[in-house]
Design a protein around this ligand. Structure first.
Ligand SMILES: C[S@@+](CC[C@H](N)C(=O)[O-])C[C@H]1O[C@@H](n2cnc3c(N)ncnc32)[C@H](O)[C@@H]1O
Length: 333
């Protein structure tokens, strides 16, 4: 018998129980524990009282949160770790609670993975906003806003654009990238193009940012509608193409080319796979998330994006890996 490799053994058990960690975080977010602990230390008893929960059970989840490095324990008192202070307190600019809530919402879809792998078809199909319960849609778009609020900083730092003036934010959802781009580029105006149910929500995000004069929301379906001719010097296509198949993606990119002015720039923002389609890990797992949740979506490789851009007539194609787990692919008309 081979000697036991305890590291491998533990890795297998850790993978098997990884959802325990997610469930602890989901529950802490639903109970809003981090917001309650904002700038204070509480005992398990005090916290249990404020969330109307059992004291012994509360102590156990607080201890688990300490083990996950999300809380710090001193004597009987619990307080937020720095990471929770940044990302888990409601109302803070980089709050990720709605994104975590979204991952919680889709956890049930993942229990269908076995069936989905056998049939090759999504069992739960709610990928278009028309199919989604309005409450879930608001959760989803707010989740996209949480994530984009962090990534927009990363993207703005990575890009060096020459004073763009007219931007199309295709399938822009909450419009968070448009909001951050117009803040960075003083002469920029943006159009957030998305399906009708979503643009109703987009208006709210634009209004909260006080940017109604510079950002408009336009209703449209990128599979059916054109985006105009020679209208924009910048088009952002963020997290759209993973919803569709290669044929539809080529069609969308050709319409983007028509909508761009000469020398205009297209920026694709996605979880981009390497040539083996096995890395980065998040992109490989995200491809399963698309398999479970959409009719034809997937994570694609850098080479696939490049070939669709080339056949759509784009030049100067470049890939930029961001500090977070996604990449930009930029090209020119
Ligand atoms: C994953 S979200 C990305 C939102 C935003 N671009 C971002 O990166 O945060 C995908 C967006 O694509 C939009 N979308 C999906 N299919 C679309 C279509 N056929 N036409 C227009 N928008 C579409 C959805 O409504 C949603 O807002």
């Amino acid at each position: 018998m081979n000697p036991t490799n305890y590291q491998q053994f533990e890795y297998v058990l850790q993978l098997s129980s990884a959802y325990w960690k997610s469930q602890v975080l989901f529950t802490a977010i639903e109970l809003d524990i981090f917001t309650i602990l904002d700038n204070k230390s509480l005992t398990a008893e005090e916290l249990a009282h404020s969330i109307d929960a059992n004291v012994q059970a509360t102590e156990k989840i607080l201890n688990a949160l300490v083990s996950l490095d999300l809380l710090v324990k001193q004597g009987k008192y619990y307080q937020n770790a720095q990471i929770s202070h940044h990302y888990l307190i409601k109302g803070k600019p980089l709050y990720q609670g709605d994104a975590i809530h979204h991952f919680h919402n889709i956890a049930e879809n993942w229990t269908m993975l076995l069936q989905t792998v056998k049939t090759g078809e999504a069992v739960v199909l709610k990928d278009l906003p028309e199919d989604v319960d309005p409450h879930d849609l608001k959760d989803f778009i707010t989740a996209m806003h949480n994530i984009a609020s962090v990534k927009a900083q990363d993207i703005c730092t990575a890009l060096h654009l020459e004073n763009p003036r007219n931007m199309l934010d295709l399938a822009g959802g909450p419009g968070t990238y448009s909001i951050e781009f117009v803040k960075k580029y003083p002469e920029l105006h943006a159009v957030v193009f998305d399906l009708e149910h979503v643009t109703k929500l987009t208006h709210g995000f634009i209004q909260t940012a006080g940017l109604q004069e510079r950002i408009k929301a336009q209703i449209g379906n990128c599979l059916e509608d054109d985006f105009g001719n020679n209208c924009y010097d910048l088009i952002l296509v963020s997290n759209l193409l993973h919803i569709y198949n290669p044929e539809n993606n080529s069609k969308i990119l050709k319409k983007c080319r028509n909508a761009l002015q000469d020398e205009g720039t297209i920026i694709i923002h996605e979880f981009v796979l390497d040539e083996t389609k096995t890395q980065p890990q998040f992109a490989a797992l995200f491809s399963l998330n698309m398999l479970i949740g959409t009719q034809e979506g997937a994570s694609y490789s850098g080479e696939e994006y490049r070939s669709w851009l080339e056949t759509s007539g784009f030049k100067n194609i470049t890939k930029i890996d961001l500090q977070s787990d996604s990449s930009l692919i930029t090209a020119r008309k």
